[in-house]
Design a protein around this ligand. Structure first.
Ligand SMILES: *Cc1c(COP(=O)(O)O)cnc(C)c1O
Length: 514
């Protein structure tokens, strides 16, 4: 492809994407394809010679689009938001167009220096403590990682290294193998599965502790677990607290946990992957109570902060701890040309120019634009909360930030049926979640395109299905009663009960279940 063709292909692609986003509301959020649908549409081998880009673009339309789940549809309410904004898209285009990565400063000064500055912009926007800033006097700083999962792993590995060094200093007769075998970490049962995975990858067992009724990990539960482990001769080394759990957007009690971590000299990592973005609004900063105890903090601009994937922001109170965990001689020159050396606080060797995306997003939206986005989405969730509360068929279980959890009153199978029907009809995409032993519909305001009319659309769909289900149930009951009468009549006339048809028995079971 020559540069002229690239211009044409690129411009046609931007137009295609703009049309896609502009018309996304009209599409059903879930596709109607069967597993394996793509097999017959795409040849078994790559083409021997290069094709025309127009053919490729038309195949995107013909083959890919029908099999897409539309993650940015305003009717997508599953998982969490996945950021997508025009500044973010152009940022991605630029960073792949410029195509440079970086290791140390010399390898790409703009990439390193912009990242250092963007992480400070972000920290200030969220109201994080001064000591996390790259520009601060102390050893704190921030860096962009691939994912929250990776940030948690970096946090746990840093904690592990720090604890081993600390214990060896106090007990020089021990070896690092002795110490590593005794380490243990903590988080809550409600934390994201990536948290447990991080401890698995770091080869440190993790205690997943119970939460209170509000989905919070509390200090007394943590203290009890730590005491128990210490009496067994184990060494607590890290706590991963969640600000905004994935299931119900629960917030661990950072202050209670933080005090214990300080007293026990345990590393405290915070996973705020989704909810961290809300801190851009001062009214949510109360959620940071206890932040002074935190050693490492992470949130994903690629979730709720309008910055296309991937972009996960991580700060350290003391970056020397991460450096100690990841230091390899070859990566640390004698005299660094530029500080901080952010390349020493990450797992990959190189980094993409993700700071460029953040720069585009923060400049084109401004602080106010991002605040408006968060407030708008929270207000839409509140609107849904009101609709749920106002309908006596439903029970509200959770409403925090953009997450609303509710169920049909009564037994779980009703809510299960509702969820099944919603997925069958493909107009909405929602997730189930078990909360306090009850099945709930987990509804998240995800797409930045979501408006009040989309919440009305969703609620209408949910109510229609529920009404239909209840009408069916009533009709089924009537049917069962009629059949029961018939059966009774049969019993009376034929006496023998053996005339029950197995078919009818089956129907009765199903009917009675309903
Ligand atoms: C989404 C999520 C994660 C995982 O984020 P990745 O960036 O995909 O690794 C971790 N923790 C919480 C609380 C999340 O919501």
């Amino acid at each position: 492809m020559n540069v002229e063709e690239f211009r044409e292909f690129g411009k046609a692609s931007v137009d295609y994407i703009a049309d896609y986003i502009e018309n996304i509301r009209k599409k059903r959020v879930l596709p109607s394809v069967e597993p394996g649908y793509l097999k017959n549409e795409i040849p078994e081998t790559a083409p021997p010679s290069g094709e025309q880009w127009r053919n490729v673009l038309s195949d995107v339309d013909r083959v890919i689009l029908p099999g897409l789940t539309h993650w940015h549809s305003p009717h997508f309410h599953a998982y969490f938001p996945t950021a997508n904004s025009f500044p973010g898209v152009v940022g991605e285009l630029f960073l792949s167009g410029l195509g440079c990565v970086s290791t140390d400063w010399q390898s790409n000064p703009a990439c390193v220096e912009l990242e250092v500055r963007m992480m400070d912009w972000l920290a200030k926007m969220l109201g994080l403590p001064e000591h996390f800033l790259n520009e601060s006097e102390g050893p704190g700083g921030g860096v962009i990682q691939n994912a929250a999962s990776e940030s948690t792993l970096v946090g746990v590995l840093s904690a592990k290294q720090k604890t081993v060094e600390m214990v060896l200093k106090e007990h020089p007769h021990l070896t690092d193998v002795d110490v590593k075998a005794k380490l243990v970490t903590y988080s809550s049962k409600e934390s994201n599965s990536s948290v447990e995975k991080a401890s698995l990858l770091a080869s440190v067992p993790m205690r997943l502790l119970p939460t209170d009724a509000e989905c919070r990990l509390r200090g007394n539960v943590l203290q009890e677990a730590i005491d128990k482990d210490k009496t067994k001769g184990l060494i607590p080394c890290c706590v991963v607290a969640s600000l905004g759990t994935t299931g119900t957007c629960g917030f661990d009690d950072l202050e209670e946990i933080g005090r214990i971590c300080r007293k026990e000299n345990i590393w405290l990592h915070v996973d705020a992957a989704y909810a961290g973005a809300a801190l851009v609004c001062p009214e949510y900063r109360y959620l940071l109570k206890g932040i002074e105890y935190v050693d490492s903090f992470n949130f994903n601009p690629h979730k709720w902060f309008l910055t296309n994937s991937d972009c996960s922001a991580m700060w350290f109170k003391n970056t020397k701890d991460a450096e100690a965990a990841f230091k390899v001689k070859a990566t640390i020159p004698e005299e660094p040309l530029f500080e901080p050396q952010i390349e020493n606080w990450q797992i990959p060797t190189t980094r993409r120019f993700r700071a460029l995306k953040l720069w585009f997003v923060m400049r084109l939206y401004g602080v106010e634009g991002i605040q408006r986005h968060i407030r708008q989405q929270v207000s839409l969730a509140k609107y849904l909360e009101q609709l749920v509360r106002a309908d006596e068929k439903f029970e509200l279980l959770v409403s925090r930030l953009g997450v609303v959890g509710f169920r049909i009153k009564g037994r779980d199978y009703l809510t299960q049926m509702l969820l099944n029907k919603i997925t069958e009809r493909k107009n909405l995409y929602l997730m189930p979640y078990y909360f306090q032993n009850k099945l709930m519909v987990r509804f998240v305001v995800c797409s930045r395109l979501t408006e009040k009319e989309d919440i009305d659309f969703a609620w209408n769909e949910i109510k229609c299905i529920t009404n239909e289900m209840q009408t069916n149930i009533i009709n089924n009951r009537k049917l069962i009663n009629v059949k029961k009468e018939k059966i009774n009549a049969n019993i009376l006339t034929k006496v023998a009960t053996s005339t029950f048809s197995p078919d009818l028995n089956e129907k009765l079971k199903v009917g009675l279940f309903l």
